[in-house]
Design a protein around this ligand. Structure first.
Ligand code: ATP
Ligand code: MG
Length: 383
């Protein structure tokens, strides 16, 4: 039977060591799974520790956390728990079978053995498990030859309905492809195209799509995945937008959301504003390019969120001087206020805003340099 050495053997008392010791000395049937096994076979230090328990994962997590003394989060409805320590996250789940009754909907789940649990997974490279139980410690469970696919750099689904059952796997496949510079195996690619042609992604909730897109933008090679998503005709994106995204870094996520116009995603009011500003970004850049006028610089930028301002700096390092001017103008206090208008008998209402802006514009452009001049200027305006 194949055996895997676990990578952190030398690191004394790491979270991994303590986790493994705990389970190896207990009666639980427990396995390291998924991303953890994939990453150690690739020689990468895994970020999270994914554990499957044959039985009650929440109970096991409680017991383990008495040793780890991390922060325990229990998700009763999913039968899962997470322990967050200073440097690692340990995710525990009960081994389960998943039954999909309709496409793209969340499955019904039933308790199972580790082998059945591996059947529900997305790709062969994520469907391996290594026992950390007392009676078969170190035994590798690899029913789909995931090890072989890791070696050959292939993303392969476990069965032909995989993308229909759970279309988020389409995004996951592209994300792993680019993270590890793997290829999508030929048949898997065909199945993916078929699912995309059936517009299966439209069956996912906005929340689930948003989660996947967020994960993509957390990856180093997010722009390659965005290009793949476009090439697979999921969300088309133009070359010039890709160039912008490449330079925007991870905040490009909002520019991307603006460009793909994906509907129904649960986004906060603050995020909506960033998306709107990102949508106008090309126009803002064009306006800034042309102008040297203080007031145009100020009004082009004053309502934008910091995320978008940072984006502008990244996209146009040459605008450094204009950004400096803007930062100074942000501190300028208007010479006159609404109270001044009131005292001088201007009728209250919408006009106030226009008048105050007209005076402030003169001030920004240094055509008015004192409160006295501002009040004089007021006289030239109609009441
Ligand atoms: P990462 O390094 O991105 O965290 P991971 O493989 O650990 O990669 P997770 O999203 O943390 O990925 O999920 C853990 C495991 O759960 C995966 O390795 C996979 O086996 C399984 N899994 C996650 N999402 C799905 C899905 N949509 N369909 C089937 N299996 C999934
Ligand atoms: Mg993980």
């Amino acid at each position: 039977m194949a055996k895997l050495k676990y990578s952190a053997k030398k690191k004394k008392k790491s979270v991994l060591d303590r986790t493994i010791n705990f389970f190896a000395n207990s009666t639980y049937h427990t396995y390291l799974v998924g991303g953890y096994v994939r990453d150690i076979t690739l020689g990468i230090e895994p970020i999270d520790i994914d554990i499957v328990v044959e039985g009650d994962a929440i109970k096991a997590a409680r017991a383990l956390n008495k040793q780890l003394k991390g922060k325990l989060h229990v998700y009763k409805e999913f039968g899962t728990a997470s322990i967050i320590t200073e440097d690692k996250r340990v995710d525990l789940a009960s081994a389960r079978i998943e039954k999909y009754n309709s496409p793209a909907q969340l499955p019904h789940v039933y308790p199972s053995t580790i082998n059945e649990d591996l059947n529900r997974r997305d790709f062969t490279i994520n469907a391996m498990a290594m026992s950390i139980s007392r009676d078969n410690f170190g035994e590798l469970f690899d029913p789909f030859n995931g090890l072989q696919d890791v070696k050959n750099g292939l993303i392969r689904v476990l069965h032909k309905n995989s993308f229909i059952d759970d279309p988020t796997r389409i995004f996951r496949a592209l994300r792993y492809k680019n993270r590890f510079s793997f290829k999508i195996e030929k048949r898997t690619k065909l199945l993916m195209k078929e699912a995309i042609d059936k517009k299966i992604i439209n069956h996912l909730t906005g929340q689930r799509i948003l989660n996947e897109l967020k994960l993509i933008f957390q990856e180093q090679k997010y722009e390659d995945t965005v290009r793949d998503i476009s090439n697979f005709k999921i969300y088309r994106i133009k070359k010039k937008d890709l160039d912008i995204l490449q330079n925007l870094g991870q905040d490009g996520f909002y520019y991307y959301l603006a460009r793909i116009k994906a509907n129904g995603m649960p986004i906060t009011t603050e995020e909506k504003k960033i998306i709107k500003d990102m949508n106008n970004l090309p126009k803002t850049l064009a306006r800034l390019e042309k102008t040297k006028k203080n007031s145009t610089i100020y009004y082009s930028l004053c309502d934008l969120s910091e995320t978008v301002l940072e984006g502008i700096c990244r996209l146009r390092p040459g605008f450094g001087d204009k950004m400096k001017i803007f930062r100074k103008l942000q501190k300028v206090k208007p010479f006159i206020t609404g109270n001044d208008l009131k005292r001088r008998g201007f009728p209250e209402g919408k006009e106030y805003k226009r008048i105050l802006r007209a005076v402030f514009t003169q001030q920004l452009d240094k055509k008015i340099t004192s409160r006295k001049q501002a009040l004089q200027y007021l006289k030239t305006l109609k009441k």
